[in-house]
Design a protein around this ligand. Sequence first.
Ligand code: HBI
Ligand code: FE
Length: 276
Amino acid sequence: MEISVQDYARECADKGLRGNYDVCRSDFTVEQEYDYTDAEQEVWRILSDRQTKLTKRLAHKSYLDGVEALGLIDRIPDFDEVSQKLRKLTGWELVAVPGLIPAPAFFDHLAERRFPVTNWLRKHEELDYIVEPDMFHDFFGHVPALTQPAFADFMQMYGQKAEGLIELGGGDMIERLYWYTAEFGLMQEAGQVKAFGAGLMSSFSELQFAVESPDAHHVPFDIETVMRTVYEIDKFQRAYFVLPSFSALRDGFEKSDLAAIIARWKDAPVLDPATI
Ligand code: HBI
Ligand code: FE
């Protein structure tokens, strides 16, 4: 039984999440309602300027190409305008949501090439860290890579397959795959390692750490290893997986026997990121 909007709204209010879930449609989307204050535009500009200085140096070319293609980012994006561009590039579009939404609804959107983006922005006091995903994370972090066809295909496929894999007991394993790629993934570029994951692209300190620190632990991407490796939620990751390309991610996900991988490892001890 999938959770109703009303029950989810109550849960979010109880947990202190700040989105307004009372106005959600049944698929948990809302109108973006582009009525941001000058103060909010200013927060966006500060975040975007500060982060763009880093991404020029540390982001993978495919992310930077995405930023260029979408014509971002000196003001809070209008989701409909960006969707028009994205539709032409990879067939994706953005939908506004009040924040975190239930996993089944999130997967359904991905399966239909719709990326849920939170319609509110963190406050000035929260430039460096925020508990919930906000618009800056969702948009600045996730959206540019959706201009890349192989990554765009991976995200759709992830949405299509996730629920079936969860039913096989693979919930934790596929979350790790998402975490170590869409959120904290690194990728080769002409003999160097660069970043593309949204958790990195939207973090001032971890982006620098993950790419440049001699203490960052870089591990070659292997889908089975990724699915077995636990991760950190509110500390820097103790391992980052390095993809050769987005095609390797898409093809690995498409061609691996994920049910067999889950059956093999779901009850086995997990891998420690420090020692892989
Ligand atoms: N909702 N808006 C939003 N953004 C997410 O990234 C998100 C979500 N709901 C659930 C969720 N992620 C995770 O549980 C995924 O692994 C599904
Ligand atoms: Fe995210």
